[in-house]
Design a protein around this ligand. Structure first.
Ligand code: HEM
Length: 367
């Protein structure tokens, strides 16, 4: 069935219905995810994604923060840590700013994100409520654009996604003109399609590992045997080194907690589909080449066909490098009195598979 829709009849299914809420947040379908299949969609998708290749600059800050928690013997809210990491990273790459915690700017930003997620995930509120939220986002993006146009803007804005799109608008090198609203619509996708998807993938991977200590030990042994003593593992290190077990752990977490729920849990395709078994992706010491690129319809966490996720490369680099570092640098355990059976897999009803309860863990420096 997935193959019928995503391959054989892909052309008939490759535009998404523009429901009222989606029409409002996408500036009438001028973003990427809701733009009808065609030239405009193709250009926008290419432009935004070209500049989102690497996003792992924030890893060392996160490692420092974890070390601080360790020195204070504090339990770590890993859900919060990984969500903060992802949001900060995407804001830096897309908007050229970190939204420093505690700043007025960051509080306002968090507030509009919360309101937006409530409206979209829980479908609460009426049209005027939705319009009010969209107005706040519009103002937020307008300020961001204005800041990018200032002659003395911060260096961090050079080459971010807003900057690139504004340059394109100047040069009008896109085949269609690029009104500001279309830039704002694309920014909406860049932020919302990437942050929670990446954060939740990493959180679920760590949840699965803490519940399966032998798998965690295997992943740690693989990383530590390969890299010896380093301050951190870089994205490039992982690209060059052979890390089949880590790779299988991430794929298995993506299978188990995928939005393509029915497909990735189909008992006719997967033995013991509800169990976390990274070994199912291994064969002869290598990670199976099931490549997540939509060729194998049993496993499509990024979708398939023309509308397959364009952020896949950046997402995979991040979801391997960040947990890779967490496992390489630290040993993880549950807080006193919590058993692995107590860590739940409950999911909140929303567009992304958010866990219902945050994951709290204790860490010890390994190196
Ligand atoms: C682990 C992280 C991620 C997962 C699991 C994920 C998953 C998906 C899925 C399932 C789709 C729908 C594909 C389809 O309809 O066949 C999608 C679309 C999309 N994703 Fe991702 N995604 C992730 C990260 C990202 C990132 C980092 C970006 C970059 C900004 C991104 C941007 C998008 C966009 C713009 C679309 C709409 C594409 C279109 O309609 O042409 N995603 N993603």
């Amino acid at each position: 069935m997935a193959e019928e829709i995503l391959k054989t009849h892909d052309l008939s299914f490759c535009s998404r219905p523009l429901l009222l809420a989606f029409r409002k947040i996408s500036y009438d379908g001028f973003d990427i995810a809701l733009a009808p299949y065609g030239e405009y969609w193709r250009e926008m998708r290419k432009t935004c994604m070209l500049h989102l290749l690497s996003a792992v600059r924030e890893v060392s800050r996160m490692i420092q923060k974890i070390s601080q928690h360790i020195s204070l013997s504090e339990t770590i809210n890993l859900t919060k840590t990984l969500t903060f990491f992802t949001r900060t990273t995407i804001c830096r790459v897309a908007f050229g700013k970190r939204y420093e915690p505690g700043s007025g700017e960051s509080k306002e930003f968090n507030q509009i994100i919360r309101e937006f997620q409530m409206a979209v995930d829980k479908l609460v509120g009426k049209i005027d409520h939705l319009e009010n939220i969209c107005k706040k986002w519009d103002l937020f993006y307008q300020q961001l654009v204005d800041e990018h146009l200032l002659p003395d803007r911060p260096k961090s804005m050079d080459g971010d996604v807003v900057d690139i799109m504004l340059q394109l608008r100047e040069e009008t090198s896109m085949s269609s003109d690029l009104p500001l609203d279309h830039i704002k619509a694309a920014l909406m996708d860049v932020y919302f399609a990437s942050t929670d998807t990446i954060a939740t993938t990493m959180i679920w991977a760590m949840t699965a590992l803490i519940k399966n200590p032998s798998a965690m030990k295997k992943a740690q042994a693989e990383l530590r045997a390969s890299f010896g003593k380093k301050q951190m593992v870089e994205e490039e290190d992982l690209a060059v080194a052979h890390m089949p077990y880590l790779n299988a752990v991430i794929k298995e977490a993506m299978r188990l907690y995928s939005t393509a729920w029915a497909i990735s849990k189909d008992p006719e395709q997967w033995k013991n589909p509800n169990e976390f078994l990274p070994e199912r992706f291994l064969e002869g010491g290598k990670c199976l080449s099931m490549d997540l690129k939509g060729q194998d319809y049993r496993f499509i966490p990024f979708g398939a066909g023309r509308r397959i996720c364009p952020g896949m490369t950046m997402a995979m680099a991040t979801v391997e490098t960040v947990p890779g570092n967490l496992l390489y640098l630290f040993d993880w355990e549950l807080p006193a009195g919590v058993r692995k059976e107590d860590v739940d897999n409950d999911i909140l009803p929303s567009m992304t598979l958010h866990e219902k309860n945050p994951l709290y863990l204790l860490a010890k420096e390994f190196i």
